[in-house]
Design a protein around this ligand. Structure first.
Ligand code: FAD
Length: 667
């Protein structure tokens, strides 16, 4: 019944979805992803159903899948083969974030830390990492310290030509490290380095923690598991680790820019702790760029599953009778709840792709050893934008999955819809690699640092240059809602920068110290400033991408998508726009909402083809509600039927109990 209907919706579109996919993702990327999917389909270990696995089962399949990917040689260094890396990353992330975490924590977090902070003496280890001869984990977080990394309490003390590791309190015990509970043979661990009685500050070390044959831990190291977690994270071995006088060789210190001489002298080429930190700023952005894609993927799953299901699901109609019931996608309210996330899936993808290109250019310059003021400005801008875009994208992603689940009614709650599981899978993206509210402070700090140079701001990616001129207030809407939204965002960002900065000055003058000032300007000020700056850049970069699309039909569709994305995001700032004086009276707000409703309606005929252009292969999607054939009821029933004949043992007990009750009844 529903299959022809989905095709009817597909035919409403004005464009060919395959052509759009090639333009947005790039033909090579689409081809490489299809190759990875085909390989996975051919291997039984990647086949799955909707059954909830126990923690141990989940970890075992993750291990077996990881082994296959390693054996296939699919996992490569992003700098040696970026296109393959992107295709594998996206496919695995969409398939199961638990499996991808297994690979990326070793190669891209642990491995990248050894490569970026280590030197020649770690070369042999790097080869072992690349050859997957060892398994790595990344241990920064402690029970008592997460965001405030500078204050982690684990110590590494120079003693008799060796380093001695200790956790001086419960709060200093390492935790959350993925791959650690059972698999890791090596870890990168962060500790306060003490040499000759002096604390030289936080440093990174690489140490072996287990024998790769017996998997027994080495003396002075206790490792355990963190227990149950929701979603795919059940399959990730997040562990804890306690040091008690564990001795490691001096070579454990990741010694780029610093070292300890064999006779116990600390030497460094860094002039200050902040210089040391600024070297690692760019590296920190790598993880954030990847997590922006998690937000995009969450929006992709949410809109694909809920929009396809909304065509299969028919409720109510203008006249009585089940045959007159209409697909729930026909309801403007349903469209209003779902289409913005469809637009977000496409726009965040375009934004993230553009950002990766610019970031790669930046990293190439770092890698050839360039040292210039412009490059350090580039580093700051990359850091500001990645620290803003990670929260914006991941909040949208988790929000989209919640909305999609509700928009699918009761069936959306079923495990086979995958929406709740995906929400659990994506939930921690709001916390790791910088808790969202915490890293927004990085963005606002950098923006606030620009106030003194307004008029002369010239950043390499040009994301802040608009702050040089005072933007004008709203006068009237034009025929281009994206330009109108960008004007409003420029006003909003400029004014939030001014008000946040003047509030900071007032607080300073009233005698508050810089710590108090930074905290007191966050609510309604610095947080909103970071979000407005980031969303302005996202819309601006997608607009530039759309301008460059040559095919007129595809350009038209993308314009509709961007109109909706811009107005959807802007509407969330309506109150602040009025408060900051951008507009007065009801006209601006009324018209913004009217334009938003129109943008939603404009996307409606294109929506099913847009979904096809972003949807992962059914094998990856794995949702009874969201399959591409539109036969949601058939898939739901296929799954239901699996549970008809199983009679659990306790049913006998129930029968006996009921019998006993009836025997004792007075009736
Ligand atoms: C699934 C998962 C996997 C992880 N994997 C790893 C891993 O492999 N290796 C690793 O080292 N770590 C890992 N982590 C840990 C992660 O990096 C930390 O959870 C993260 O850095 C946040 O630290 P925290 O949990 O200690 O939160 P805290 O820093 O304690 O923050 C808690 C809350 O306090 C508030 N807060 C704190 N400071 C401020 C402030 N200045 N202003 C306003 N509000 C504030 C915020 O609301 C914040 O959310 C993982 C975490 C998860 C959930």
């Amino acid at each position: 019944m529903s299959a022809p209907l989905i095709d009817k919706y597909r035919k409403m579109a004005s464009f060919d979805w395959k052509k759009l996919k090639a333009v947005v993702e790039g033909e090579e990327h689409v081809r490489l992803k299809a190759e990875v999917v085909a390989k996975m389909k051919s291997e039984p270990i990647f086949h799955r159903d909707y059954r909830v696995l126990s923690r141990e089962e989940q970890r075992e399949v993750v291990h077996q899948r990881w082994k296959k990917i390693v054996e296939w040689g699919l996992f490569k260094d992003p700098y040696s083969d970026l296109e393959n890396f992107k295709a594998l990353t996206e496919t695995l992330e969409a398939y199961d974030q638990g499996t991808s975490a297994r690979l990326f924590l070793h190669g891209n977090v642990f491995g990248a830390a050894v490569k970026s902070m280590g030197t020649e003496r770690h070369k042999e280890l790097v080869e072992k990492i690349e050859n997957n001869e060892i398994v790595g984990a990344f241990c920064l977080t402690e029970i008592g310290h997460g965001s405030n990394t500078a204050e982690v309490q684990t110590t590494a003390t120079f003693d008799d030509g060796q380093l001695v590791f200790n956790c001086p309190s419960i709060g200093a015990i390492k935790c959350w490290a993925g791959n650690l509970s059972h698999s890791a043979t090596h870890v990168v661990v962060y500790a306060q380095l003490h040499v000759g009685g002096k604390n030289e500050g936080l440093h990174g070390f690489v140490i072996q923690v287990r024998c790769p044959k017996t998997f027994q831990t080495f003396p002075g190291i206790t490792i355990g598991d963190m227990g149950s977690k929701p979603g795919c994270w059940q399959g990730v071995e997040n562990g804890w680790m306690e040091f008690k006088n564990h001795r490691a060789p001096l070579s454990a210190l990741l010694n780029k820019g610093c070292d300890i001489t064999p006779d116990g002298k600390y030497v460094t080429s860094f002039k200050s702790a902040s210089e040391k930190q600024s070297v690692s700023l760019g590296t920190l952005s790598v993880g954030r760029l990847g997590i922006i894609a998690k937000g995009m993927m969450a929006c992709t799953f949410a809109s694909t599953i809920a929009i396809r299901y909304s065509v299969a699901r028919r409720q109510f109609g203008p006249e009585k009778g089940a045959e007159n019931e209409i697909p729930v996608l026909e309801y403007p309210l349903q469209q209003y709840r779902l289409f913005p996330y469809l637009s977000a899936a496409i726009c965040i993808r375009i934004f993230q792709k553009t950002f990766v290109e610019k970031f790669t250019e930046y990293m190439m310059r770092v890698m050839v050893g360039e040292k210039s003021e412009e490059l350090s400005e580039f580093s700051k801008e990359v850091h500001a934008l990645s620290s803003g875009a990670k929260p914006v994208a991941t909040w949208l992603g988790v929000e989209s999955l919640g909305e999609a689940r509700k928009a699918c009614g009761g069936h959306g709650f079923l495990h086979m819809s995958r929406l709740n599981t995906l929400r659990d899978d994506n939930d921690p993206s709001q916390t790791f690699e910088g808790e969202n509210f915490m890293i927004l402070q990085q963005t606002s700090n950098i923006l606030l640092g620009k106030v003194a140079s307004i008029g002369l701001i010239n950043t390499p990616m040009s994301t802040m240059t608009f702050l040089n001129s005072k933007p004008s207030k709203f006068s009237s809407w034009t025929s281009d809602p994206v330009n109108d939204a960008l004007s409003a965002y420029r006003y909003l960002t400029y004014h939030l920068l001014q008000t946040t900065s003047s509030e900071a000055n007032k607080l300073k003058q009233s005698g508050k110290n810089s710590f108090e000032v930074r905290n007191e300007i966050q609510v309604h000020r610095a947080v909103n400033l970071s979000i407005a700056y980031t969303e302005h850049t996202m819309i601006d970069w997608v607009q530039k991408f759309v301008e460059d699309v040559e095919d007129v039909t595809l350009k038209g569709v993308l314009q509709k998508v961007l109109n909706l994305f811009s107005l959807f995001l802007l509407e969330r700032h309506l109150a602040t726009l009025y408060i900051t004086g951008y507009a007065s009276g009801g006209k601006f707000g009324e018209e913004l909402r009217e334009k938003l409703r129109k943008a939603v309606a404009d996307v409606k005929p294109e929506s099913m083809a847009l979904v096809d252009s972003i949807a992962p292969d059914d094998f990856i999607l794995n949702s009874a509600l969201g399959a591409s054939d539109g036969k949601a009821y058939d898939h739901i029933m296929e799954e239901f039927r699996k549970y008809t004949n199983e009679q659990p043992r306790w049913v006998c007990d129930l029968a006996q109990f009921l019998q006993k009750r009836s025997q004792s009844s007075k009736l």
